[in-house]
Design a protein around this ligand. Structure first.
Ligand SMILES: Cc1cc2nc3c(=O)[nH]c(=O)nc-3n(C[C@H](O)[C@H](O)[C@H](O)COP(=O)(O)OP(=O)(O)OC[C@H]3O[C@@H](n4cnc5c(N)ncnc54)[C@H](O)[C@@H]3O)c2cc1C
Length: 497
């Protein structure tokens, strides 16, 4: 994956079949879908692949046990099917993982047990493991740090887990292998029209400053929480359709949760659920659900949200986590679709929604990572039905995502003794994964910013020098990168430590 080669395609292509704006799960999924149906496809991302919500998830491939309580069985069923396809098509970067739900009263034991059996039942032939009742001893054995007072037992069930940014890269790579052009750091600006119909988009290369006017037959707007921004450029009378909700996670050392099983806390103090999930030798704990009007590229966790996560984790374990235990904290915005008469974002339906503007632009929002393939299929189908393009069937159910086998790293030095990442990983990210900035590497090609902010800051100069050499940049570039990354990293630390 070389960015220069991808950029060259902008000059050599007179008219694209489909331009997809947004390089998150939905946009990259749509690029793979459209390219594999044989359409000349371009996908552009204004910052970096998965820079938005798609790098900030709980990293679960799931049907959403929470939606069972809302009675949304159909949505759960479809998501469970998609869980199966993702696990099957990306076996080297996903895994099934057992979850334990601890219970502290007998009636809840049966209530949750039956609920999770229904969850497995809904997956039908796509089941990935049976739900089981566990006695108290078994729960303590599986999660030694669980709160034992009044513990009655627990329920074990299965879901999937992944690295969201890694799968984004695999989607980009696989889309390119099917003929798509996929470019990061390229922003959609304004649209061009002919007799009221959208005919193309002006884009800007955020690294070189160069602009391009691109022609196409149809545009898919897959910009997540930023969807309204582009919809307003297309139609000045457009009223916001996205109602963003912020969710945060904290990342702590495994000593605070020494188990290879994930924990599902069934009822937080605000009546939601909370997960603690082992991830890359750390533990990710979250999330929250807070309505926000601030659609920031870098959302920031509030002290209140962090307190909430810590308190609820401490209530269900024998740990006394404090702010000082946090290695990283990250916030993301759910691109939920606005509905009338709903007070709380927790009640908003998590299904996706597709809108077609008068000019013919397709906008897709909502959904979740797990259902990206279905969202992409629906968006591309809609694009085909509303444009001059011929209809061809979706093929992504059986397309295996491509993961690069890294070259031998025997002689490559570790970037830090506590993490498996090497200097060769930084070179690989630049040469093979279109990483252009220090942030691209340390936040999304290797996940150090999400795993341990201080370690990420410590090794930033080392990684920066490797990148500088690989990209042939000068010292001013190096200093700018270090400064920008150091500023960004402050967002991933709680305020008062
Ligand atoms: C806290 C939290 C936890 C979650 N956990 C899970 C989970 O465990 N499992 C699950 O299945 N789902 C989960 N989700 C949901 C899932 O992460 C999102 O539904 C999904 O990532 C949305 O992807 P997207 O591509 O639609 O949006 P995004 O990932 O936000 O992508 C949109 C992209 O568009 C780009 N963009 C914006 N404007 C322009 C422009 N003008 N030109 C070019 N590019 C532009 C942005 O930079 C961005 O990268 C979670 C969400 C949150 C917030």
């Amino acid at each position: 994956m070389k960015r220069d080669a991808q950029i060259n395609a902008l000059n050599s292509t007179e008219r694209w079949d489909m331009i997809i704006i947004g390089g998150g799960a939905t946009g990259l999924g749509s690029a793979l879908d459209a390219a594999s149906r044989g359409f000349k496809t371009l996908c552009i991302e204004r910052i970096d692949f998965s820079k938005g919500t798609s790098s900030r998830s709980t990293k679960l491939i799931h049907g959403g046990v929470r939606y069972l309580e809302q009675g949304n069985f159909n949505m759960v069923k479809h998501a469970l099917q998609e869980r199966w396809f993702l696990l099957k098509n990306a076996p080297s970067a996903t895994q099934k993982i057992p979850f334990i739900l601890p219970v502290y009263s007998w009636w809840r034991y049966f209530y949750y047990g039956l609920g999770l059996m229904l969850y497995d039942f809904l997956s039908g032939k796509f089941s990935i493991g049976k739900t089981r009742f566990l006695n108290r001893k078994a729960v303590i054995q599986k999660i030694p740090t669980i709160r034992q007072q009044s513990l009655k037992g627990g329920i074990k069930y299965f879901d999937g887990q992944f690295d969201d940014s890694q799968i984004s890269m695999a989607l980009a790579r696989t889309a390119i292998s099917k003929g798509a052009t996929v470019i990061n750091h390229l922003a959609a600006d304004t649209f061009t029209y002919d007799q009221g119909k959208i005919t193309g988009v002006m884009v800007k290369d955020m690294l070189s400053g160069k602009t391009y006017t691109l022609k196409c037959k149809v545009i898919i707007n897959a910009t997540g929480v930023f969807a309204d921004e582009l919809m307003k450029k297309d139609d000045h009378t457009h009223k916001n359709m996205v109602s963003p909700s912020q969710g945060i996670h904290i990342v702590v050392d495994k000593k605070h949760y020494n188990s290879d099983k994930a924990l599902l806390i069934p009822k937080t103090t605000d009546g939601r659920i909370l997960f603690a999930v082992p991830w890359h030798q750390k533990v990710v704990i979250g999330t929250t659900d807070v309505k926000t009007h601030d659609i920031a590229i870098e959302p920031k966790a509030t002290n209140e949200e962090i307190r909430f996560v810590i308190d609820n984790f401490n209530r269900y374990t024998n740990q006394q986590l404090t702010l000082a235990d946090i290695k990283s904290v990250f916030a993301g915005l759910r691109p939920l679709v606005k509905m009338k008469n709903i007070q709380s974002t927790a009640d908003l339906v998590r299904d996706h929604s597709i809108a077609v503007s008068e000019s013919g632009m397709i906008t897709i929002t909502g959904g979740k990572w797990t259902t990206y393939r279905k969202m992409a299929r629906d968006a591309v189908n809609k694009a085909l039905r509303t444009s001059e393009l011929p209809f061809r069937r979706c093929k992504t159910r059986t397309i295996k995502l491509i993961f690069l086998v890294k070259q031998s790293q025997e002689n490559s030095k570790l970037l830090h003794p506590d993490f498996p990442y090497t200097e060769a990983d930084v070179r690989h990210a630049v040469q093979m994964e279109m990483a252009c900035t220090l942030e691209d590497v340390l936040a999304r090609r290797i996940r150090l910013l999400f795993l341990d902010v201080n370690v990420a800051l410590e090794i930033a100069p080392k990684a920066g020098v490797i990148m500088q050499n690989e990209l042939g940049k000068d010292d001013v570039w190096f200093q700018d990168q270090i400064k920008a990354f150091s500023q960004l990293a402050q967002n991933y630390l709680p305020d008062n430590i």
